[in-house]
Design a protein around this ligand. Structure first.
Ligand code: ADP
Ligand code: DP6
Ligand code: CO
Length: 337
């Protein structure tokens, strides 16, 4: 039996990936930037290979999932790793997300990153961060960034074989210890339009999409500089505008994609009002492919943001994340406790 267990955390992008130039290899149109979160947005995955298993199985959050052979799926990196290790045994994957799956909390990022790290360890492969990132990319684009902790950039690359499209750490998890991500949960149901399907229709139909790509070219260096300098006001403003740009291109998609809900909009107004009231930018919202708000702020303003969120009826729950360290190997028993 080959076995290993890993945890990995979701990452919340501040320059987001929304569109593939190559669907097969998962190559994006733009570089993206994110912070990997701590264990409040965590997946724990055990991967086992054994001749005793009759077929491949994936158990996600206690339910057996359908693994259609040959279908492009989030678990494709397991096949790639099995070939690399030259071990042709059936696999059993047991995974749980400690937060809602498919609801805009980037479960595909933490899920696939944990899967790649556990599989490579179980198969006794010693791979570099770059190799792990490229493998995770092929399961879910955003997962390429979750193989690292801290502040991470996924390079889009220029080559058509994908060998120059991988993520790298720009700053470690303790670079900006005061940074917080306050999550306002407004909906935990699985989204109707998956990220994979949604971004495909945006690239095919949105006229705004090309403008967004031009806009991002200018944003990326400014965002990196703001994070490295810990210039919160610039960072937060760029973050909000980038999220709005992505959601504008989603609305401009045909048929339109609307991930934001009334609850999301109330959070946007709350952040706008708070920043205006204090006369400085102390909070910046961003939304992934879902209605739940991620408010970047600093430790100092965490409690005032929580107080304001508690007054919004649509907000069902509030979680606070710090920047996390990235994937960790843990004991196999931990999965089953
Ligand atoms: P999210 O916003 O949660 O990332 P996506 O639409 O991108 O939503 O992806 C959700 C899909 O990711 C799930 O339907 C499942 O196929 C895959 N996924 C989520 N969690 C895991 C996991 N722990 N292990 C393997 N695959 C996962
Ligand atoms: C809005 O990585 O989930 O969260 O590559 O098809 O699996 P696939 O999509 P996915 O898309 C993430 C979209 C996003 C932005 C981001 O995380 O950069
Ligand atoms: Co996802």
């Amino acid at each position: 039996m080959y076995i290993a267990t890993y945890t990995a955390s979701a990452n919340i992008a501040v320059v987001k990936y929304w569109g593939k130039r190559n669907e097969e290899l998962i190559l994006p149109y733009n570089n993206s930037l994110s912070f990997t979160m701590d264990d409040n947005l965590q997946t724990i995955t055990t991967v086992m290979f054994s001749e005793k298993f009759s077929q491949d199985e994936l158990w996600l959050n206690g339910k057996k999932m359908d693994l259609q052979k040959g279908k492009k799926s989030h678990v494709l990196p397991v096949d790639l790793l099995r070939k690399k290790a030259d071990i042709d045994l059936p696999v059993r994957i047991v995974s749980k997300n400690c937060f809602p799956t498919g609801a805009g909390f980037a479960s595909s990022a933490s899920g696939v990153a944990a899967l790649v790290c556990a599989t490579s360890k179980a198969l006794n492969l010693t791979l570099s961060g770059k190799e792990l990132s490229m493998l995770a990319r092929q399961g879910s684009g955003s997962a390429s960034r979750s193989v690292y902790g801290g502040f991470v950039e996924w390079l889009k690359g220029d080559l058509e074989d994908g060998t120059d499209s991988f993520a790298q750490q720009i700053a470690p998890h303790d670079h900006w210890p005061e940074l917080r991500n306050v999550i306002a949960v407004v909906e935990t149901e699985e989204k109707k339009v998956s990220s994979r399907h949604g971004m495909k229709t945006t690239t095919l139909t949105s006229a705004l999409y090309e403008k967004r790509l031009q806009y991002l070219e200018g944003v990326i260096p400014k965002m990196k500089e703001a994070v490295l300098q810990k210039d919160f006001a610039t960072f937060a403003e760029l973050t909000m505008r980038e999220s709005n740009s992505m959601h504008a291109s989603m609305l401009d998609t045909w048929p339109p994609i609307m991930y934001l809900s009334d609850g999301s909009r109330e959070v946007i107004y709350m952040v706008e009002d708070l920043n205006a009231e204090l006369g400085k930018t102390v909070a910046g919202y961003t939304f992934d492919a879902g209605p739940n708000a991620h408010i970047y702020t600093t430790e100092e303003y965490e409690s005032v943001i929580k107080e304001r969120l508690e007054k919004i009826a649509h907000v069902k729950n509030i979680e606070v994340c710090k920047v996390g360290q990235g994937p960790q190997q843990i004991s196999d028993e931990a999965q089953f406790l």
